[in-house]
Design a protein around this ligand. Sequence first.
Ligand code: MG
Length: 254
Amino acid sequence: MTRSVFPDPNENWALFLDFDGTLVDIVERPDAVAVDPGLPGILKDLQNRFGGALAIISGRPIAFLDERFGDNRFDIAGLHGLEHRIGGALFLCDPDDHPQLRDMVDRLEEIFKARPGILIEDKGCSVAVHWRLAPLERDFVHATVHAAIEALGSDYRVQFGKAVAEILPSAAGKGKVIEKFLQQAPYRGRQPIFIGDDLTDENGFKAVNALGGVSIRIGAGETVAQERLGTPADLRHCLSQWAAGGSLPFHWNR
Ligand SMILES: [Mg+2]
């Protein structure tokens, strides 16, 4: 099939967007991330153009993301798909279902408290260890996280991102949750477009490619995505054009 321009937003497509490093710029302290004031309006317009089939797919907790979007409540998947909200119906992950992980979070906090610059982000059903402020600690974090996974066994896996290692249930993944959305209205029967920036998104790109959809990676790095854009600011610009009726700047044959 030959397609000369990017698809128009219509009933054939569903749009899935990562958050950090995709819609918003990455910042040194993960909790300091800020949403561009124009972004919620652009996403609302796009959501309308896609007949509601637009969702944010992130490793962050939904509660954190909601706070960044003010009064807007988008369809959303948090914690790499461990929790999601679709059409206002919320499916959360219960930390009490993960007692082994809870014990491990305590141990990691103990291990890392003497290491300034390493930040532990406890998300309840997963835990992320950030070393962006302490780049020399990378090997120590890797070794510690690998040992933690060894101790936890196959129910958990590690997911590396940009200066972050995250321990999460093996069942979690962006590809799986995109497939879950595609089984429900208004996503059902549409082809997915997924835009992300990081190792954690490769799993989503792979799923979307297998479904005949479109995958776009923001920034450099090896990827299975079909297309690439430079920065989150580039994407925000493109999304605003797209929301206003223009096309995205991709030309390719498939
Ligand atoms: Mg990201």
